[in-house]
Design a protein around this ligand. Structure first.
Ligand code: AMP
Length: 110
């Protein structure tokens, strides 16, 4: 199944890119839920966090490393949230693994 994120990766849909390396792409969320709302996705098509195979775990490191760099770049190392929705029950709508980096506002405790 081709998701909107696969189309972004293929260059068929544009995005507001903030970071890219060999393993990940990061771009601004089209419907931001916070002043800073970036999506970080592995370039490899993986459905969700639960589907990550042991041999793909380095892609999770790549996402975390990208989040650190983006936070540094945007000056929010002292306060950001990195979350992923695993499954439609908790709000996942696009079934290509992605992490939301949220910052720029005071957020409630989870
Ligand atoms: P989730 O609900 O966790 O699956 O998150 C999907 C996110 O993708 C939502 O926050 C949407 O606003 C965002 N989104 C959907 N389409 C696009 C797009 N073309 N460019 C950027 N963000 C998008």
């Amino acid at each position: 199944m081709s998701t909107v994120f696969a189309k972004i990766l293929a260059g068929e849909i544009s995005c507001d890119k903030v970071y890219e390396d060999k393993h990940v792409l990061a771009f601004k969320d089209i419907h931001p839920k916070a002043p800073i709302h970036i999506l970080i996705i592995p370039k490899k098509e993986i459905r969700d966090l639960q589907s990550v195979k042991p041999e793909e775990m380095h892609l999770i490191s790549a996402v975390v490393s990208a989040a650190q760099k983006i936070a540094l770049d945007l000056g929010v190392t002292d306060g950001y949230r990195l979350v992923t929705n695993n499954g439609s029950k908790v709000g996942q709508t696009i079934f290509h693994l992605h992490f939301h980096l949220l910052a720029g506002a005071v957020m409630d405790n989870l």
